[in-house]
Design a protein around this ligand. Structure first.
Ligand code: NAP
Length: 327
């Protein structure tokens, strides 16, 4: 019977979460019974969407919900063998037993690192792909702005737009991430919104206006983009991280969508599952030929998970934030 450590939410945060809102709890986990598997998590995904759930949705005194990649270490289930890799949404814990529901077997691409399946080649990348191509109806050569362009979703969205020969502006919150986006990724313009007010910087960077704004931030970024939208522009709204701590993300110029006939549409990754096969083929190819580059920020050990989530809200991550639970 293994011992498992888990991260519990023990106090709902007001504003920015604090490490003291979370508790590391050790539990005994039962060995796999008939029809069950015992899974050891290897990596946990740290996602901005966890923050709104801390206010409502995440149960107190239970393991934090979230995506993880694990390995089957005991099996009495005919559908799984010891050694199988499985994705799950059982979150911040080291081990768990399962009857198999909610587990998805992963056959990793042998030519790519395992962790890319947790971001660029997984739902993160798919969110960028479908959000831009399906919801944003991106056309070759358009004028595009992507916010949080140094992050997991944003960096993929920005690079897909470059692959489609678009003029691409990205915003990010540090000079180091801005350098990566300019020098390694080759964006046409990059704005560090912490050192340049987003409104003026976006105006200067978009002389031909914007056809598509891939919005990860809301608030001031959305307001700045709304001023630059061309007629029949599209704004796929992926997230509004600027409002996740406060619950508010105010925009004062929404009426711009009327005269410019702008389409503004929120979405989630499961809205376009019919594209998943195309996405996996395209993205695996782009990763292998280096047309899509990625960064990862990996924190070591489950005890680092609260700090990783808080760090995400401060922009500490370059690319995908992961916690390595076991090697
Ligand atoms: P990420 O971009 O890798 O990490 C979050 C980043 O947000 C931070 O690194 C930080 O980067 C930036 N940020 C934090 N506070 C900010 C603020 N007040 N204003 C501007 N930027 C801020 O995270 P991700 O997983 O790729 O998610 C990006 C967005 O997509 C989030 O809004 C998330 O909720 C959304 N999302 C939506 C779906 C969906 O299905 N709709 C799925 C996945 C993610 P900087 O250095 O740039 O500040």
């Amino acid at each position: 019977m293994p011992k498992s450590r888990e991260i519990h939410l023990t106090r709902r945060p007001a504003g920015m979460p604090q490490e003291s809102d979370f508790t590391l709890v050790e539990r005994d986990v039962a060995d796999a019974g008939d029809g069950e598997v015992l899974v050891q998590n290897l990596y946990m995904s740290v996602d901005p969407a966890m923050r709104p759930r801390l206010t409502a949705g995440q149960a107190l005194d239970e393991a934090m919900m979230g995506g993880a990649l694990g390995r089957v270490v005991q099996s009495k289930h005919e559908g799984f063998a010891v050694g199988d890799l499985v994705t799950n949404r059982l979150g911040f814990r080291e081990y768990f037993t399962s009857d198999g529901k909610g587990l998805t077997k992963l056959t990793p691409d042998p030519d790519l690192p395992l962790t890319v399946h947790m971001h660029a080649l997984g739902m993160t990348g798919f969110t960028a792909y479908g959000g831009l191509l399906h919801i944003g109806a991106l056309k070759d050569g358009e004028q595009v702005f992507v916010s949080t362009a140094g992050g997991a979703v944003g960096s993929v969205a920005a690079q897909i737009a470059k692959i489609k020969d678009c003029y691409v502006v990205g915003s990010t919150g540090s000079d180091e991430k801005a350098r990566w986006l300019s020098d390694e990724v080759g964006l046409d313009a990059v704005i560090n919104y912490k050192t340049q007010p987003i409104r003026g910087a976006l105006e200067a960077a978009t002389p031909k206006g914007l056809d598509v704004y891939f919005d990860n931030v809301g608030g001031d970024h959305l307001e700045a983009a709304l001023r630059r939208m061309n007629t029949l522009g599209r704004i796929p709204v992926c997230g509004f991280i600027s409002g996740y701590n406060s619950g508010r993300s105010a925009v004062s110029n929404l009426s711009n969508i009327i005269y410019s006939r702008v389409m503004l549409r929120g979405f989630v990754g499961t809205d376009f599952m019919h594209m998943y096969g195309d996405f996996q083929r395209d993205m695996a190819g782009w990763l292998k030929d280096g047309r899509v580059k990625y960064q990862e920020t990996i924190r070591e050990g489950i005890s680092q998970a609260p700090q990783a989530l808080i760090g995400l809200m401060h922009g500490d991550n370059a690319g995908k934030m992961l916690v390595r639970v076991s090697s």
